[in-house]
Write a protein that binds this ligand. Structure first.
Ligand code: NAP
Length: 221
């Protein structure tokens, strides 16, 4: 058996930017076999070498989309939908972990209409995948220091397919967040737009981009 056959990735990340490299590292540190894919293999290779996590390997986008779960970390404004179209034949039945907040280039608005979301646009364009939304509310630097004191902060998870949510939660086991089910995929509209408020509050509180939500709760009487 070749190394390639015996080392089957569980997660493929597309894009080596702020989110992609950190999320790939986070899942790999939790023990998942992860391929970090880039347009430029050398860039992915350099990042993976620097991180030195045994379960993290470098690849191109094609290597990443071959995994059973894929996490594109590319802006919709930069052509995420057309990019995935190129790998259409590899997407059937995959879990697609969508982290997109569909900002325009000056971050003043979204490129999606009010009655949609990045997650819904992806699900509409690629009905052969099972989309779940996650990490949309987490700003990139939070992954460098994910604990706020003793507390884990929240990741709001959306999706229409319960099996896909369970598959995602299994993949995320051991990662330093509390995962909350925020409802069906349509709720991604709210989660994505929440980022406008979070970033503005973070700046007011001199924390940007190191802030995240945790829902405070008390036991019901
Ligand atoms: N930044 C945040 O705090 C944050 C939080 C939550 C969600 N998100 C979402 O995460 C996704 C990625 O955000 P990011 O902040 O990580 O972005 P980023 O730092 O700009 O990285 C995006 C990556 O996309 C890849 N890419 C592919 N085609 C591209 C193109 N035409 N132009 C530019 N880059 C291209 C590049 O990786 P390669 O060159 O390696 O292919 C690039 O490094 C977005 O959907 C964003 O809404 C971001």
């Amino acid at each position: 058996m070749t190394d390639k056959q015996s080392w089957a990735p569980e997660l493929g990340v597309l894009g080596t930017g702020r989110m992609g490299s950190r999320l790939a590292a986070m899942f790999a540190k939790a023990g998942r076999r992860v391929v970090l894919g880039s347009r430029d293999f050398e860039r992915a290779s350099q990042i993976v070498d620097e991180l030195g996590i045994p379960t993290l390997r470098a690849g191109c986008y094609l290597d990443a989309v071959r995994a059973p779960a894929i996490l594109p970390a590319v802006f919709i404004r930069d052509g995420l939908l057309d990019l995935l179209e190129r790998y259409c034949s590899s997407l059937k039945s995959k879990l697609l972990i969508d982290i997109s907040n569909p900002f325009n280039s000056d971050y003043t608005d979204f490129v999606t209409p009010w009655d949609s979301s990045g997650a819904e646009e992806l699900q509409r364009r690629f009905p052969q995948v099972r989309v779940i939304g996650a990490f949309k509310n987490v700003f990139w630097e939070v992954f460098d220091h994910p604990r706020f004191g003793e507390e884990l902060s929240d990741v709001l998870v959306t999706g229409d397919n319960e099996q896909a949510k369970t598959q995602f939660l299994t993949l995320a086991e051991g990662t330093p967040f509390r995962y909350l089910d925020a409802g069906p995929l349509i709720r991604s509209r709210t989660v994505e737009r929440l980022t406008f408020i979070t970033s503005s509050l973070g700046q007011q509180l001199n924390s940007y981009p190191r802030m995240n939500w945790r829902l405070l709760t008390q036991d019901a009487a």
